[in-house]
Ligand binder design. Structure first.
Ligand SMILES: C[S@@+](CC[C@H](N)C(=O)[O-])C[C@H]1O[C@@H](n2cnc3c(N)ncnc32)[C@H](O)[C@@H]1O
Length: 276
């Protein structure tokens, strides 16, 4: 089931998130919300996304090794339940967390309260019309979310950094990618080799000399860091129920039969400095 942003809004999913944990009682043979339906997830089941999204924790841990966010004003576009924003806020002076759906913004704000995080401002807004003035932030981060590069560029100060966080292109569903290729025909055919998901598989670092990236001017090389991160869920039934709900029965079966609580990802951070 593919729902457009407009359909989700029109069908009323912005009204209220479903009760916490209600996704657990749904039929996993009919896995909706499903993977790549992040708008549905954020607006309807933010608690499901939040429990699932441990890969973002790995991305932010690694990001802190690549760039010092101390004293930076950071804008997190498509902030979701706040894993990326709150992770950045551990170092940054201030973080603006922008997301389109009221339910996920509400959920994110409650996370801020629970964790006593004071330096994050959640804003209900659209990546295509960011609710921030031009030249107002030092760093834009974009974790597992779509980007409007022109808008990101507008809000960045001269020489600010644009950072994209997610999976390497042929491992969008982590170690499940090749398993799920049968179910999701849009997944890449050339899935990443299984050894890259082994814990301790070496990082790859490279640079690309571009003057334009995502259609916007940049200075110096783009830095790309790829690494393996092993997310650890509470137990294997938690891993099975989360992934079953998101990806369907094949994923659930994978974790149940292996009694495996870990989920390995090959992740990627792309970092560029804009030219203005
Ligand atoms: C996959 S989630 C990523 C959440 C978070 N950055 C993380 O890594 O855990 C993508 C987010 O983008 C948000 N989103 C979708 N359309 C958007 C838009 N037009 N403007 C801002 N956010 C949007 C969704 O609501 C969702 O929360």
């Amino acid at each position: 089931m593919n729902l457009t942003q407009e359909e989700i809004l029109n069908s009323g999913h912005r009204l209220q998130a479903a009760p916490v944990d209600s996704w657990r009682i749904y039929d996993e043979d009919n896995p909706i919300p499903g993977y790549f339906e992040f708008d549905w997830l954020s607006s309807r089941h933010p608690d499901l996304y939040h429990r699932f999204a441990l890969s973002t924790v790995g991305l932010i841990e690694k990001l802190h090794m690549l760039i010092d966010l101390t004293n930076c004003v950071v804008l997190d576009i498509g902030a979701g339940t706040g894993r990326s924003a709150m992770g950045a806020a551990e170092k940054a002076k201030r973080v603006f967390a922008v997301d389109y759906y009221e339910a996920v913004v509400f959920f994110g704000k409650s996370q801020l309260q629970q964790t006593h995080t004071k330096n994050v401002d959640y804003i209900n807004g659209n990546r295509d019309h960011l609710p921030l003035p031009e030249n107002s932030v030092d760093v834009v981060i974009n974790a597992w979310a779509e980007l409007n590069p022109e808008e990101a560029y507008r809000t960045l100060k001269p020489n600010g950094h644009l950072i994209q966080l997610g999976a390497i292109p042929n491992a969008l569903c982590g170690e499940l990618t090749s398993q799920l290729a049968l179910d999701f025909p849009w997944l890449p055919k050339d899935c990443a080799p299984s050894e890259v998901f082994e814990p301790g598989y070496p990082d790859v670092y490279c640079t690309a000399d571009n003057s334009i990236w995502n259609g916007i001017p940049i200075t110096g090389p783009i830095n790309v860091q790829q690494f393996t991160y092993v997310a650890d869920y509470k137990d294997y039934s938690e891993a099975a129920s989360l992934t079953g709900r998101l990806y369907g029965p094949r994923a659930k079966h994978y974790f149940m039969t292996r009694k495996q609580s870990t989920f390995s990802w090959r992740l990627q951070i792309i970092l560029g400095q804009i030219r203005k």
